[in-house]
Write a protein that binds this ligand. Sequence first.
Ligand code: SF4
Ligand code: SF4
Length: 383
Amino acid sequence: MIQLPKNFETYPEARKAGFLRMKELKDRGQRVVGMFCSFVPTELIYAADAIPIGLCAFTDEPIPAAEAHLPRNLCPLIKASYGFALTDTCPYFYFSDFIVGETTCDGKRKMFELLDEIKHTHVMQLPPSRTGALALESWKAEIIRFKEALEQFYQIEITDDKIREAIRRKNHERDVMLRFLELGKCKPAALSGYELGTRLDAAAFSFDLEARCAEVEARTAEILADWNANKKGTVSNRPRLLVTGCPNTGVRDKIIKAVEDMGADVVCFDACNGLRDKLRKVDENLPVMDALAQKYLDITCSVMSPNPQRLTDIGDMIDQYQADGVIEIILQACHTYNIESYEVKRYVTEQKGKAYLCIETDYSKADSGQIATRLGAFLEMLG
Ligand code: SF4
Ligand code: SF4
């Protein structure tokens, strides 16, 4: 079994612990903006003196209620997120004054129409490609429209100075989170992939950006000191894995924890709760709207077509983190990641010469046994 620190909080515990903190902040008049995706420029939310809170749901509890309105054959993340709103069982949705969605995939795009009937949802129109002369211009226009929607909703003015300050704070946070994720480069592994992913997800429920950074920095230093004192120079025969694909929080136990309990180390995440949005920062020298448009168009999510930078990033991660194999996680009915998995497999096996396993799943526990069997066979193949 993987070793976790004594005071370790699981994701559901951290999420629950944040409820009370959020209520206290709301009682003091704190503005809160709910969101669903890495494409949303959180700098504008901070510049509006609001707190951004992720509303993506990672449990199957609200899914049956959602299926009364949504098709069963839909991504569990979309169904669960809508189900929480529909049943009024997510305090973070309840506390959000303003919801921002985005036209990333078809499922979310159509779900937001229904969500808007529950609470006003501003939808950012994301271009389907980052290439072509109009992509950057149209995305910049959407970012300006989002800023204006926040200004109108809160009856405030969001100045360039406020945005510049928010860019600086968010870039610092990216640096801090990146340094934590880069602990995965240590060989042998300095900590479990389960902790790497959980701690970053949990950090989102620490609402003071600077305090959040301080907590993660302290844990990074602690792990590094322990690695230097006790592990550096030792040899491990545990295979090192890179995890890529859809958001993995809702399936962490049955895939990431399971494979680590079987004797592997997950050392790197090409995911929205991993390296994907932290590799490139917002350019602090550009005019603020140009800088935000550039940064947030460059996220290597499979909803972008074409998306060659994702393959290049995965290749760099395999090299830098010394990965022996790649596990791709596809949430059921996520067409863009599912189709792109063909290219990822070809790239990983043919260009990088590494083993590749693709797992398509949902939030239920029904396939845990079958997944464990496939993970076991994959590790055997890695030797
Ligand atoms: S995987 Fe893509 S659509 Fe999903 S949260 Fe990340 S950027 Fe957004
Ligand atoms: S995992 Fe895929 S289908 Fe689900 S919300 Fe993200 S992009 Fe859409």
